[in-house]
Design a binder for this molecule. Structure first.
Ligand SMILES: Cc1ncc(COP(=O)(O)O)c(C=O)c1O
Length: 486
């Protein structure tokens, strides 16, 4: 039988079901048999990897069949995959995936629902609506709140800033951007965010037609939090000079340091100057599930919109994010009707078409991952995971303070620790490379006050204090070896 005679699409026949089971079982076996150690990366350097995956043709005249390709996957791909579950992996806000959420991914891919219209995902639509309702309550938005799942924090931020721009133009300038495009004075628009906020601020400003120049970077204090006094002074000076401050973005967990801007102080400045307040809580949103540390976020209910990323602290697979808005009407910026997709009469008859809240059309059923994992683990289950990660960061910071071989930067509020091995920038860079290629350990690198630093982004709750102690010893050892190398 040629491979093209086999059932390739799941259906109600016994043959199709058997083939589905076989393919999933073979894939599961290949995955679990592909690793024998704890290391994060055991693959080769970029050049060797490039050569390994180079292929004459990706579209052979005749298909090779699933089994042959699975062998190739086992040989060329799986041994070289980065293992996000490894306790040696900590460079970015990139987490291991909870087991039950991988089951959710299988359901998502198998049924391939799309979130744009009710008739492409009936129960999926109702579940997303319900998950969003609970999230609004979790983040202190009232019943007027709403939201939508997105591809990630960058898209959530873009959606929120689109809503902010259009709200400002409608409310203050009586100008409808959706219909007429940007107002004439658009070059004067200003968006305020801390000097160390995520680059999706600039990307969004560009896409919104305002440009990078519209983004005003507010200095941060010694704890890497936005300096609220500096924000007020900048907004005041810009207003006097004829600019149009329309929005502030507070970062609730900066990418490198996890530092949390003071929402209450920023909110009162926004009130005073009639600006929108967005919370980029892509990183920090997970902390909300911790009784012990949740208060560190401040009252996010003061914000007009919030970015929540589930593929960071919540440990769900990529992609999984939501943007929440305090007033459901803010999402009308994305509403447009089409006869072929989301007729107005559908809504009148009780069929919800979520496409009217999103910049995407076809969209994944990512809400299922939140639905499954929240129910499986409950608040106490998530709390334990999140408290462990935050506790690990504070333990590591304490160890670094005690050891003269290291220099610390900012005390962690969440789960990231940025520090340096005492010595040159080049030494710190060389140590990071050696950790990756000699020891299979992947740590982050960034810059603080002009100096190259190492970064441990601790999102893996299985990481132990002993492991952290061992890594610090290894870094010191490598530092000694690399310093004496010619
Ligand atoms: C503070 C912050 N905002 C936004 C983002 C972007 O999120 P995503 O990578 O999901 O687009 C990140 C990513 O690390 C981040 O740290």
């Amino acid at each position: 039988m040629s491979c093209n005679d086999l059932p390739w699409i799941l259906g109600p026949t016994d043959e199709a079901k058997a083939e589905y089971r076989k393919i999933i079982a073979a894939t599961t076996d290949a995955i679990v048999e592909s690793f024998h150690d704890e290391l994060a990366y055991v693959g080769p350097s970029p050049a060797k990897l490039k050569a390994l995956v180079r292929t004459e043709t990706l579209l052979p005249d005749h298909g090779l069949g699933f089994e042959a390709v699975m062998e190739k996957l086992k040989c060329d791909v799986l041994p070289n995959v980065l293992r996000t579950w490894s306790t040696d992996y900590m460079p970015h806000l990139h987490s291991p995936a909870l087991l039950e959420s991988i089951a959710a991914e299988l359901v998502i891919a198998t049924f391939n629902q799309s979130m744009d219209s009710w008739d492409q995902g009936p129960v999926a639509t109702e579940i997303e609506v319900e998950v969003i309702r609970h999230l609004c309550s979790l983040y202190s938005f009232g019943p007027e709140g709403d939201g939508v799942f997105t591809s990630g924090g960058s898209q959530s931020n873009l959606c929120a800033l689109t809503a902010a721009r259009d709200w400002y133009c409608n409310e203050h300038l009586h100008h409808d951007v959706k219909r007429h495009g940007l107002p004439q004075n658009y070059r004067k628009f200003r968006l305020y965010t801390s000097a160390i906020s995520h680059f999706s601020m600039e990307k969004s400003a560009h896409l919104l037609g305002l440009g990078y120049d519209a983004v005003v970077k507010v200095p941060v204090d010694d704890h890497c939090k936005m300096d609220s006094a500096a924000l007020r002074a900048l907004v005041e000076a810009d207003s006097r000079a004829g600019s149009i401050p329309f929005c502030v973005v507070a970062t609730i967990g900066t990418t490198d340091f996890g530092s949390i801007d003071d929402v209450a102080a920023i909110s009162s400045i926004c009130e005073e100057y009639g600006m929108w307040l967005h919370a980029d809580a892509a990183y920090g949103s997970g902390v909300r599930l911790s009784e012990k540390y949740g208060g560190r976020l401040g009252d996010l209910g003061l914000c007009d919109s919030i970015t929540v990323d589930f593929h960071k602290m919540f440990l769900l697979p990529i992609s999984c994010s939501a943007v929440l808005v305090k007033d459901a009407r803010s999402l009308d910026v994305f509403m447009i009707h089409a006869d072929y997709l989301n007729r107005e009469e559908d809504e009148e008859d009780g069929y919800t078409n979520l496409v009217g809240k999103s910049i995407q059309t076809t969209r994944r059923f990512d809400a299922l991952k939140v639905w499954i994992s929240f129910l499986v683990r409950g608040k106490d289950g998530f709390e334990e995971l999140i408290d462990t990660c935050i506790g690990n960061a504070s333990y590591l910071y304490g160890r670094l303070l005690e050891d003269d071989a290291f220099e610390v930067t900012v005390e962690p509020e969440i789960s990231s620790v940025v520090f340096r091995l005492a010595g040159s920038d080049d030494l710190n860079k060389a140590v990071r490379r050696a950790l990756l290629h000699r020891h299979g350990v992947v740590v982050g690198q960034t810059v603080h006050q002009g100096r190259t630093c190492l970064k441990f982004t601790l999102l893996n709750p299985t990481l132990t204090h002993e492991k952290l102690d061992g890594l610090l010893e290894l870094i010191k050892e490598l530092g000694g070896q690399l310093q004496i190398a010619p």
